[in-house]
Design a protein around this ligand. Sequence first.
Ligand code: PHE
Length: 339
Amino acid sequence: MKEKIEALLNEVRSLTASSADEVEQMRIKYLSKKGEISQLFNDFKNVAGDEKRIVGQMLNELKNVTQQRLSEMKEAFENQVSAENMVDMSRSESPIEFGTRHPLSIVKNEIIDIFSRLGFTVAEGPEIEDDWHVFGALNFPPEHPARDMQDTFFIEKNPDILLRTHTSSVQSHVITTQKPPIRVLCPGRVYRNEAISYRAHCFFHQVEGLYIDKNVSFADLKQALLYFAKEMFGEGTQIRLRPSYFPFTEPSAEMDISCDLCGGKGCAFCKHTGWVEILGCGMVDPAVLEACGIDSKVYSGYAFGMGVERIANLKFRCKDLRMFSENDLRFLKQFDSAL
Ligand code: PHE
């Protein structure tokens, strides 16, 4: 018995393994229920009484040494595996290119930044909408052409579910869920069923503004828009408001800014008028306030909406609107410095 233990002890001390699997095989060989060492423990009962103490000690030592050796080897393999998974610190530093902000994001953020100085906060709404939020609440009569299949993308032949055609739909959400004073900007993507060309796309981006409080006047609207134009296009920028029509504003207007290419003298860019159109606006129609549960005798408000692509075009002079959605890095990287 003693010799057997000695022999096993020597054997175990010089064990080596080439894989974690092999270590496991060894554990089975020595330490499992039917393993060699366990067998010795079974035979222990036959050891003569005066030998029991010394043999017992030897057996325990054998067991401890074996367990330790096996766990040392196991650990070595585990460390090896995690080292393989580690980041290779010896790799040469490959040029990881920083992304650049998308020109439309740059412009959108600038619009938000300018109006936030006037107290506007941002509100967002869903792109998939129902008829009421996009048209109904905003005073579009049932037969209005914007509801037509030509302009609006409807979902699954259900004319009540559609892709919003303007971010004015967020107004409907805000007015029905918040109490005045309300001063929000609603940026987002909108969809219209238009033929794609250098100047039109089936989706684009808008930023809508809405201000509702007591005694809000058209002069407030004009002043806010003049401030915006000067901040966005430079101190010398002039604005001009032309009467227009939107179902949800009364009176309505379209705003032009003086052409900053020719300084208002007239050039090909402004079609020799000296002015370029940038947004639609007006006083919120009382019918819209009432439809959304706001007392139009107490409150009034203004709204405006602009296309982000349009503003980006004016700022960056991009000839083809499609560039904004084609993800061509050569194009997108040019706006690095605009950050
Ligand atoms: N929603 C209008 C459009 O998409 C723009 C607009 C917004 C006009 C708010 C007036 C007031 O053309």
